[in-house]
Design a protein around this ligand. Structure first.
Ligand code: GLU
Length: 447
């Protein structure tokens, strides 16, 4: 069987084995379709079925999460942890609490994490987890009880050398605190390296909160520089207003760009004076309100409940909200408005059709596995600090983050060029990540 036929067969098997898991199918399809030239150069990886093995998680855990709300009513949620690959280190990846979470979503995220984590060059495998719990409108006490119940089951699967979760959508430092507290109670161990994204005063790393957003902007800067372009004075649109978006906006402003729009699930916001991050943080993180509150507080801003944030003309677009938020139509609108670069701060925010439109128009496109790897990279730096019982300064940590992002960019470019596809960061990221994981698997026998 030739390589293309073999890849088609692997994909057909993934579809058969994982019925209805559309996001997982999409994530696998996107990787497999870029790997053909890599596998042609490495026929041994075809013979030893490394691709098939990578598409099958090492372990999938699904569990019941019962909890009681403030009125005494009982709720039952479903919890997940998919331990995808330990080829390069302990399973590593965030937890997502959102009503849309199901096995297919967790698997797509876990699959992406293998390649992203490999790309960082740090010793971390890939995994992901979460629950279909909706934190929206829940009190702090309810969130705490949910986290405690979730960890009461999950703890037995974790460990600093086994599986190390962190945050994702709906899981920030508050939730990591409750999860860590419960892990400590049930294990009687202050095992700091079992979770990352901890508070800076109790084992967390400086710059972890900022890392994903900052890292995405560093990656954009590298892509621009490689084409002889600059960030300075550029008009930028960022979707979302969560952790990734907030710190992407902050860093864009620090580097001379101008962010004019952002969004949340209720709509989007335009502020031609530039998004005021301090106000946005206060609204989203302290008051936990919708972004329309920003428009009420700033006379220069307007809020729209309809349409897409990507209709706002810009030079650079950073989708930082969630999967499949930037579709073909949005990509066409961006190209019509002469966008120069698009980088994924979120995981798989661009549909395959959108990526095609952008790439065919010659837009610089930074896939999430590369562009948003700064978060998990800084988690690995947090693990390193925990292992040595030492804490670096903000400056030291941010310098290392910037180095990691520069390296990721350089490696993506070098790999893409080696396969005769310059500026194809999708191929560059997938191939580099795959080759690292594959080499380790090959060395470790039939795993
Ligand atoms: N959830 C983040 C990601 O998508 C971070 C994971 C981590 O820090 O382990 O990469």
């Amino acid at each position: 069987m030739n390589v293309s036929a073999r890849i088609d067969a692997v994909y057909a098997q993934v579809l058969r084995r994982n019925p209805g898991e559309t996001e997982f199918h999409q994530a696998v399809g996107e990787v497999l379709h870029t790997l053909a030239p890599v596998l042609r150069a490495h026929p041994d990886y075809v013979d030893t079925r490394i691709v098939e093995r990578l598409c099958e998680p090492e372990r999938q855990i699904i569990f019941r999460v019962p909890w009681v709300d403030d009125r005494g009513e009982v709720h039952v949620n479903r919890g997940f942890r998919v331990e995808f690959s330990s080829a390069l280190g302990p399973y590593k990846g965030g937890l997502r609490f959102h009503p849309s979470v199901n096995l297919g979503i967790v698997k797509f995220l876990g699959f992406e994490q293998i390649f992203k984590n490999a790309l960082t060059g740090l010793a971390i495998g890939g995994g992901k987890g979460g629950a279909d719990f909706d934190p929206k409108g829940r009190s702090t006490g309810e969130v705490m009880r949910f986290c405690q119940s979730f960890m009461t089951e999950l703890y037995r699967h974790l460990g600093e050398h086994t599986d190390v979760p962190a945050g994702d959508i709906g899981v920030g430092s508050r939730e990591i605190g409750y999860l860590f507290g419960q892990y400590k109670r049930v294990t009687n161990r202050y095992e700091a390296g079992v979770l990352t994204g901890k508070g800076v005063s109790w084992g967390g790393s400086h710059a972890r909160t900022e890392a994903t957003g900052y890292g995405t902007v560093y990656f954009v800067q590298e892509m621009l520089t490689a084409r002889g372009l600059h960030l300075d004075g550029r008009r930028v649109v960022v979707s979302g207003s969560g952790n990734v978006a907030l710190y992407a906006i902050e860093k864009i402003h620090a580097l001379g760009g101008h962010v004019v729009a952002c969004s949340d699930s209720s709509g989007y916001l335009v502020d031609e004076r530039g998004i005021d991050v301090t106000l946005l943080k206060e609204i989203k993180e302290v008051r936990r309100e919708r972004i329309s509150a920003y428009a009420e507080a700033r006379p220069t801003a307007s809020f729209s409940a309809r349409g897409s944030v990507f209709d706002v003309p810009c030079d650079i677009a950073l989708p930082c909200a969630t999967q499949n938020e930037l579709d073909e139509q949005s990509a066409i609108a961006l190209v019509k408005n002469s966008v120069v670069a698009v980088a994924e701060g979120a995981n798989m925010p661009c549909t395959p059709a959108a990526i095609n439109v952008l790439r065919e128009a010659g837009v610089l496109f930074g896939p999430g596995k590369a562009a948003n790897a700064g978060g998990v990279a800084t988690s690995a730096l947090e693990m390193r600090q925990n292992a040595s019982r030492h804490q670096w300064t903000f400056q030291q940590t941010e310098t290392q983050l910037a180095d990691v992002m520069r390296n990721i960019h350089a490696q993506c470019r070098a790999t893409a060029e080696a396969y005769d596809a310059p500026e194809n960061y999708v191929l560059g990221a997938n191939a580099t990540g795959f080759l690292r994981a594959a080499e380790a698997m090959d060395a470790q026998g039939l795993v």
